[in-house]
Design a protein around this ligand. Sequence first.
Ligand SMILES: C[S@@+](CC[C@H](N)C(=O)[O-])C[C@H]1O[C@@H](n2cnc3c(N)ncnc32)[C@H](O)[C@@H]1O
Length: 207
Amino acid sequence: MVDKDTVRRSYDDLAETYAAERSEAGRGKDILDHFLRLLPKSASVLDAGCGQGTPVLRQLNASAIAAGLDFSRSQLDLATENAPHASLIQGDMTNLPVQDGMFDAITAYHSLIHIPLEEHQAVINEFVRVLRPNGRLLLAERPDEWSGSNSDWLGTGVEMQWNIAGAEATREQLRNAGLIIVDEWEITETFAGDDEQVVFFSTQLDT
Ligand SMILES: C[S@@+](CC[C@H](N)C(=O)[O-])C[C@H]1O[C@@H](n2cnc3c(N)ncnc32)[C@H](O)[C@@H]1O
């Protein structure tokens, strides 16, 4: 079971270490390029759980009006340096401090996996609330359900917790929220020297 305060405090404590391990390379970048090409010119895009602002928020800045949201102050401080043109918002993905229908698109890379399982549907519903009609969401998830914690993540002595719903449950939650899955990719990414499987969902609102 994830405790959100623990996750937030942990990212505050290990933001620099996480950023040093987060690769700028890999197919996640190509998938984001593909997604951005589907958007209108000067699209407004929210990166939810933007973390340190690399690689996603920085890449968004090149072709969109970008905003990043995260609940960790230390992560946002790094994002200020790494993506200086983005607007940054401190807030919780389960209750976005954003008006309805504000964004053409949302990206969420490796952030839903830290939210309590029973709140995943609420987060996806929040994404839909702040999207414009026909808005798009690009979401990174893991293929298999897994929940657990690591008391010494990345050798920092700091605990991290995950609640991964897996691809099947996430597919269902996206559809429940009124999103059509336009594309889906399963790729291997390298993080901190380990390979991990990631599923990307490219989706669009039905209306
Ligand atoms: C694994 S990092 C991913 C950062 C970045 N998106 C990336 O691709 O490297 C997860 C990020 O999600 C943020 N996060 C986790 N739960 C959150 C929540 N409930 N609300 C806002 N941010 C959250 C964490 O603070 C952290 O910065």
